[in-house]
Structures are given as structure tokens and as C-alpha cells.
Design a protein around this ligand. Structure first.
Ligand SMILES: Cc1ncc(COP(=O)(O)O)c(C=O)c1O
Length: 455
């Protein structure tokens, strides 16, 4: 008896032959080509038909039998069962094909340069973690005490924020800290002011918490503090390098913002995502340095080491940290011990400082090159700090069309309009110069300027 199914065997595939057969039978049952009650050929006939040994067809049938797809009836043969087994509720994803974007050069902002070879400092930290047994229980929900102490010292040294371990909570990065903060301090319907244009993940976090978002305009210096209305319960702000326009909030505006928050009782959320990188300009005080009662400060390793670490910190008043840790204690939602222990080792050995110093040197040159290459095509802004610049374009330009044309030509770049909500402003491109290698950055900029000249 023929199987009546177009069964194939691929000997070179590396998949055992009986599994190949079983898989084809299963698929035929699921898509209805084999109906319940259908009689299957004997293992001997099938083996002959496919030129495989009988042990192969027997093993395939045994497997299908064990899974309930087929049943043997004494003396009559092997049949497809009446009830096809339930398909797994979660369908397997379609196999992951190498990303079509893999060959594109990226100038999208957000990701630092990751050297292909790991550093001795990085390796040392992980080696150290690997030689310790994990703690015998759940860790403190605020973070490992030793790490909180080390982070408090770090933040005090590099950001001038007078704080101790009681002011620090270890997070899985900025967005994680922001979401936790919103969950604990805001109620649905509360109003939150967010820079416009601004960081899309902050907007998404506020939306997910069903907050009412108030779009606040931004100029070349950052948030326009004078535009804030007194009825907002919180303000999300990127004072060290406004995202995406790149302004650095001047001291007078910082003071004005803190004074405003003291008067209104509003919470200031300071996203300090890339303050480690600034070029030829003096540091500005962190908002949290001015008033830790009113400000919650969010720091991250995403720009200094890698976003894939998912590690960061939140600095706030002791009362706030206690509230957040108490909320988190029941959820188990904090960074795992190996990550925290490795960061502790990196801080202790000065590895984070080293990575920042190296990054500054590397990015300073790239920034200068990027600005010089793009200056003829528009107005370059936001170049004093961070890992991206913004190129403002003439009003009649459609920046999404330019971004699409750049992509077509092999370069991914972000259109400024992606970040705008309701406050109007000029079109532009947001260009991250950190991610590619230096030769790739040069190639990408050459392609981008060709696209810009064609416009
Ligand atoms: C404005 C802003 N904040 C924060 C982050 C980093 O977020 P996280 O620490 O969650 O990786 C980014 C990364 O692109 C960013 O652009």
C-alpha cells in the first residue's frame, strides 16, 4: 500500500530520518491532508517506498503513536486517530531569517559602539562572578547593598548628587525605572508633561499607565519651563541632552524648573541617559543635585557599556526609594544577582570610568567629523553632548521621505518628525554617530550626503 502522501527524506539535512517522517505525518494531519480513520501503510511498505530501513519507519510510527496521532488496530493496520492531538497553544515562530536590515549601515541614535573583542576589565568582572556561588535566597528588592553603595559614590562623583545607598535603587535601565516610578506615584488620568519632540519610550510608558500627556515645547536649550502648566503631577525631562534636539538645559532654567516643582508639588523625572558624554563644554548640575526631594534621577549603562545589559539606577529621596522597593518586593522584578555583582566589580575596578573615557575620545572625533560633513545640508544642533546630533532641514522637506531614501541607499537614519507629537517644528534627521565602526560611519555619511544632495 502506498502512503499517498508526498513524503520526502533528506539524508543531508542532519535531522534523524524518523523525525523527518513523523514531522511530515503530523503536518499532514494538521492541515487536513490525512483525515481521522485514514489507514497508513505498514512500516515495511513505507520503508520500501522510501528506500529506508524498516527501523526508521517503525521509529517514526512509535513516535506518532506515543504522541497520540495514530493508533494500531490489531490485525487491521495503523490508522490516524479520531481526535487529532491539540496543537500547542503557542505556535512556533516562523524561523528567524537573518535580518534583512543586517547589511544596512545604521545612524539611528541610541546605541554605543561595541568593540568586537571584549575588554580585560569586562572579562575580569564576569570571571569573578562565575567563581562565586549565588546568594542563598532572594536579594534585596532595592538592589545589592554593596552595589547601591558603589553607585551612590559613582553618582556623587560624576553627577555631583549628594546621596547615599539609601537613595539608590538598581534598575533594568531608564525605562524600567520610569515605569516603576509611574506605577507607584501616578494614578490613571494624572497629567504628565513630556517634551515634544521627545523620547518615544517615555510617551509609551505614560500611555500604558493611562496618564494624560501634556506636550511641552522644546527649544535649542531644552524644555521650555515657562510653558509648563501648574496642573501636571509629573514632568519627564532630559536636561543634560534633550532627546532628540540635543539642547542642554541652562542653569537658570534648571533653577526655574526646580522652583516651579517646589511651588506646584510636581515630581520631576530627570532622564540622564547620556550625560557621560560631552565635548568642550563644562558639566551642568544634575537636577537631582538641586533638590532630591522633588527630583527622581534615572541613570543607565545603555550608552556607556551596552543596552543589552539592561542595567541602570534610580536616585531619589530615601522615602521614595523605600516606596519603590516595597512595591517591587512582591514582583521579583529587579536585575538578577550576576548582573548586579558584575557591575559592582566593574565599578570597583574602574572599568566603567575607563569605558567612558575611551568613549569620549572616540565619539569626540566622530562627532566633529559628522558635524563637518553634514553642515552644508542644514543646521546641525545638539552637538555639544551625547551620541547623536540633529540636522534641521528646510521647512519644505519631508524628512520621512529622506529617511526612506537613505534606507533605500543602505543607511538607516531617524526622521525628526517621528519624535514630534503636537508641537510643530522644522523637519530634520536625528543622526547617531556612535554605533558603527569609524570606517562604516564615514561610508554611511557619504551615502547620506548623496541622498541629501539629490533632494
Ligand atoms: C532619551 C533616552 N532615555 C533613555 C534611554 C535608554 O533607556 P534604557 O536605559 O531603558 O536602555 C535612551 C536610549 O535610547 C534614550 O534615548
Amino acid at each position: 500500500m502506498q502512503s499517498s502522501l508526498p513524503l520526502t527524506i533528506e539524508r543531508a539535512s542532519g535531522v534523524p530520518l524518523h523525525l523527518q517522517l513523523a514531522q511530515q505525518f503530523r503536518a499532514a494531519v494538521l492541515d487536513g491532508r490525512l483525515q481521522a480513520g485514514h489507514r497508513l501503510p505498514s512500516t515495511r511498505d513505507l520503508a520500501r517506498e522510501l528506500s529506508v530501513s524498516r527501523s526508521v519507519t517503525q521509529a517514526a510510527y512509535d513516535q506518532l503513536h506515543a504522541e497520540g496521532w495514530i493508533e494500531g488496530r490489531t490485525g487491521a493496520g495503523t490508522f490516524v486517530t479520531d481526535v487529532a492531538p491539540l496543537q500547542p497553544a503557542v505556535r512556533r515562530r516562523t524561523p528567524h531569517h537573518p535580518d534583512a536590515d543586517a547589511n544596512l549601515l545604521t545612524l539611528r541614535p541610541g546605541i554605543p559602539y561595541i568593540a568586537p573583542t571584549p575588554d580585560p576589565g569586562w572579562r575580569r568582572a564576569w570571571r569573578e562572578v562565575s567563581t562565586q556561588s549565588p546568594p542563598g535566597g532572594y536579594d534585596d528588592a532595592a538592589g545589592l547593598p554593596a552595589l547601591r553603595t558603589a553607585l551612590a559614590e559613582h553618582v556623587a562623583r560624576v553627577r555631583g548628587i549628594a546621596c547615599g545607598p539609601e537613595n539608590v535603587l538598581v534598575t533594568n535601565g531608564t525605562v524600567h525605572g520610569l515605569r516603576l516610578l509611574l506605577a507607584v506615584t501616578q494614578r490613571p488620568g494624572d497629567r504628565i508633561a513630556i517634551e515634544d519632540p521627545g523620547y518615544l519610550n517615555a510617551v509609551a510608558a505614560a500611555n500604558d499607565h493611562r496618564l494624560e500627556i501634556v506636550d511641552v515645547p522644546v527649544d535649542e536649550d531644552g524644555l521650555q519651563v515657562g510653558a509648563l502648566t501648574d496642573d501636571v503631577a509629573a514632568v519627564y525631562v532630559t536636561p543634560s541632552h534633550q532627546y532628540p534636539l540635543g539642547g542642554r538645559l541652562p542653569v537658570a532654567r534648571r533653577n526655574e524648573l526646580v522652583r516651579w516643582a517646589r511651588r506646584t508639588g510636581s515630581l520631576l523625572i530627570e532622564d540622564d541617559y547620556d550625560s557621560e558624554f560631552r565635548y568642550d563644554v563644562a558639566p551642568l548640575p544634575a537636577l537631582a543635585q538641586l533638590d532630591l526631594e522633588r527630583v527622581v534621577h534615572l541613570g543607565t549603562l545603555s550608552k556607556t557599556l551596552s543596552p543589552s545589559l539592561r542595567l541602570g539606577w534610580l536616585v531619589a529621596s530615601e522615602t521614595m526609594v523605600e516606596r519603590l522597593a516595597a512595591f517591587r518586593a512582591n514582583s521579583g522584578d529587579w536585575p538578577g544577582w550576576p548582573m548586579q555583582a558584575a557591575l559592582l566589580a566593574m565599578l570597583r575596578d574602574g572599568y566603567l570610568d575607563l569605558a567612558v573615557r575611551r568613549g569620549r575620545r572616540l565619539y569626540a572625533d566622530r562627532r566633529t567629523h559628522t558635524c563637518a560633513v553634514l553642515a552644508p545640508y542644514g543646521q546641525v544642533i545638539g552637538q555639544d553632548a551625547g551620541l547623536h546630533i540633529t540636522l534641521l532641514l528646510p521647512d519644505d522637506v519631508d524628512d520621512t521621505r529622506i529617511a526612506a531614501a537613505a534606507r533605500e541607499a543602505g543607511v538607516v537614519v531617524a526622521a525628526l518628525s517621528e519624535y514630534r507629537r503636537t508641537v510643530p517644528g522644522p523637519p530634520g534627521l536625528v543622526i547617531g554617530y556612535a554605533t558603527p565602526s569609524t570606517p562604516d560611519l564615514h561610508r554611511a555619511l557619504t551615502i547620506l550626503t548623496e541622498v541629501l544632495s539629490r533632494r
